[in-house]
Design a protein around this ligand. Structure first.
Ligand SMILES: CC(C)(COP(=O)(O)OP(=O)(O)OC[C@H]1O[C@@H](n2cnc3c(N)ncnc32)[C@H](O)[C@@H]1OP(=O)(O)O)[C@@H](O)C(=O)NCCC(=O)NCCS
Length: 218
């Protein structure tokens, strides 16, 4: 059995540790938390040590699998690149309460938290973070490094490109097979938004119905 290193030591990291405990049974703790902030290194979270990336790599890493528990998409992308370059493997963690269609696909390094549903022919990329209680309906595509905050509901035929951050409780209208609703890469959908139109890459949208508020990431 692999030892799990959780990259991050904040709220998301503690939630992923809880997810692991639910999956693997009480007492199954991560091997360590990894944090780049020197002020956090040398401390512990729930009795589990927080170490720096260099310390992780100086260990025997053959049986280590990393989970990146960081909500920010760009940071997750950067950390995944760093871990891959160091030859580290990644764990994919799906909570036991997740209802998942056999035809769905879930990529390496992805986290799916409790209460979520992944429906038929949904394709979820690598290092995606699906938070508590999300719905991912039929034929939805989630690109690599997408974050879904708690309670996001995505109906059928919505394509969310790489690096999109979706805030708590956001919803979407459905697309169609011939015209999926496109959410452009590296965009941000604000908490509580209802997205009814395609979203351009690198923009921020908010409100009901959602309108563009900013160019560039929030
Ligand atoms: C989208 C978000 C990241 C924007 O943050 P920001 O860049 O600091 O944006 P600003 O506060 O500068 O707001 C820009 C504009 O968008 C509006 N806005 C921001 N968030 C909004 C929201 N959720 N709903 C409606 N309007 C919103 C602001 O009122 C402002 O409008 P104005 O220009 O007309 O005055 C943030 O508001 C948000 O929704 N974050 C989601 C957090 C979340 O769910 N986290 C989950 C953790 S598990």
């Amino acid at each position: 059995m692999s030892r799990i290193a959780i990259y991050g030591s904040g709220g998301a990291a503690r939630e992923v540790a809880w997810l692991l405990e639910d999956l693997c049974g009480a007492g199954s703790e991560p091997h360590c938390y990894v944090d780049d902030d020197p002020a956090r290194q040398g401390k512990s979270v729930g009795g589990v040590p927080v170490i720096g990336f260099d310390s992780l790599c100086s260990d025997d890493t053959d049986d280590i699998e990393v989970i990146i528990a960081v909500g920010d998409c760009a940071t997750r992308r950067k950390l995944a690149g760093r871990c891959a370059q160091a030859g580290l493997g990644f764990a994919t963690v799906v909570h036991s309460s997740v209802r998942r269609a056999p035809s769905s696909v879930i990529g390496r390094g992805t986290i799916i938290a409790a209460g979520s549903i992944v429906s038929v022919d949904a394709v979820i990329g690598e290092h995606v973070y699906v938070n508590l209680d999300c719905t991912i309906s039929h034929d939805v595509l989630l690109g690599d490094f997408v974050t879904l905050s708690p309670g996001v509901h995505i109906p059928g035929n919505v394509h969310v490109e790489e690096g999109v951050f979706i805030g708590t409780g956001a919803t979407f209208v459905h697309g169609t097979e011939s015209a999926p609703l496109m959410i452009g890469h590296d965009s941000v959908v604000a908490a509580g938004a209802c997205v009814t139109e395609p979203v351009k890459p690198n923009t921020m949208v908010a409100g009901v119905p959602a309108v563009q508020k900013k160019k560039g990431r929030a």
